[in-house]
Design a protein around this ligand. Structure first.
Ligand code: FES
Length: 105
């Protein structure tokens, strides 16, 4: 199992457990877990509505790719360690991470 923590917009923190070896990204897992994430572009790194703040474990995640960096650059104000959840594969790199879902724009 891969376990990571998610804090929603109401401040409620939940541990999410996902079986190893599934071929999903974090956005898909968060939506599937009932989190209110729009993901209007469907995971194409175009809308940034799937963004999360990485509070713990940012250094263990793969670095953002060009498409992710480009869209993050367009956001007016973001906190450090903001990532697009659709660009994060769910694998052992997420183990123990803490993510916060930021307020909607
Ligand atoms: S779902 Fe649109 S950028 Fe991630």
């Amino acid at each position: 199992m891969i376990t990571f923590n998610v804090k929603d917009r109401d401040g409620k923190q939940t541990a999410i457990e996902v079986p190893e070896g599934i071929s999903l990204n974090l956005m898909e897992v968060l939506k599937g877990s009932g989190y209110d994430i729009l993901a209007t572009c469907g995971g194409m790194a175009l809308c940034a509505t799937c963004r999360v703040q990485v509070k713990t474990g940012a250094e263990q995640l793969p670095p953002p790719g060009d498409a992710e960096l480009d869209i993050l650059d367009t956001l007016p104000s973001i906190e450090d360690n903001t990532r697009l959840s659709c660009q994060l594969r769910v694998n052992e790199s997420l183990e123990g991470c803490h993510f916060t879902i930021p307020p909607e724009d």
